[in-house]
Design a protein around this ligand. Sequence first.
Ligand SMILES: Nc1ncnc2c1ncn2[C@@H]1O[C@H](COP(=O)(O)OP(=O)(O)OP(=O)(O)O)[C@@H](O)[C@H]1O
Length: 344
Amino acid sequence: MVVETFNLTKHYGDFVALDSLSLQVGKGQILGFIGPNGSGKTTTIRILVGLLKPTSGYARIAGADCLQDAGKIRRMVGYMPDDFAAYNNMRVNEYLDFFGAAYGIGRKPRLQRIDEVLEITSATHMKDLFVDALSRGMQQKVAIARTLMHDPQVMILDEPANGLDPQARIEMRGMLMRLAELGKTLIVTSHILPELARVCDLVAMITKGRLRAFGTLDDIMRNVKQRRTFELLVLEHDQVEMAANRVRDWLATHPVDEAVEASDVTGSTAEMIVRFTTRLSDPQLAPLLTHLVGQGQSVAQFREVMTDLEDAFLCVAGADDAADDVASASRTAAVAGESRGDNS
Ligand SMILES: Nc1ncnc2c1ncn2[C@@H]1O[C@H](COP(=O)(O)OP(=O)(O)OP(=O)(O)O)[C@@H](O)[C@H]1O
């Protein structure tokens, strides 16, 4: 694993800003680090880049301890903060030259590197433009170019989609994927759920310093939001009501499900769809289809409707103080652990 935190905890006096955060991110993976304001993202990042000492637990990057090996960490990590500091009267190439020099890159390789990072970020045409005259989207590209100057293995990008218009967000998404293809490991924070989350290999959601969910987007969908929604497409408008009743009856007679779910069945005659939510697993649900067909019900399609990430996040954030919170987070993390086993 390139980035690893284990039971990372930070107290400010009595206040627990970060509580036993354990994450792992592999080479070339993009982690979406998502949480509302004040949830502990910046605290985590500051520990990762060696600026803050954890109260307990550890953070490592490529095996180096983020606190003990601060020098190594600085060479391996590129950090793009949330705010783009304005550098008046500096052109893009001068700006990059300035940061390259600060990293101790010699003049000749620096000039070559400026061309490389501008190419990676599709910003070559901005080379001679003044930094403070650029749009927000262009400035974000330059900020990423700057972060790339010393060719870090790990890039930590704080809210890179903040303030971008839809087109610039799409470009940002493409850029994150290009960086991952170059083998960079990316940690991308966000307090909202931008479309960027869709390019993330892993998503970690934190609230109040605690990891609520961690895994692939699919893991999050399946495990954070345990009630899944299915749709049954029938062949005729007048079959909808009958099909809905059959689904309702079947769910009501399956004790593993909560009886209340039988009332969650809705039918849309116009769409010829019966929709229902359930906690049943796939093997538990499979007999429903057999049952319907056995009763002479024509079924054109039987499919799961994916919940969007926004719903999953609200579900996680809303469950914040719920008693079963810890259990559900560790359950999700356990599933994430299994799935990580696939690609590590
Ligand atoms: N030096 C400090 N002393 C006391 N409390 C702090 C300190 N730094 C941060 N905190 C608190 O720790 C919690 C986590 O803060 P942190 O900045 O990590 O959150 P965040 O997720 O980055 O939020 P944002 O999205 O607003 O940047 C917050 O409640 C914050 O007020």
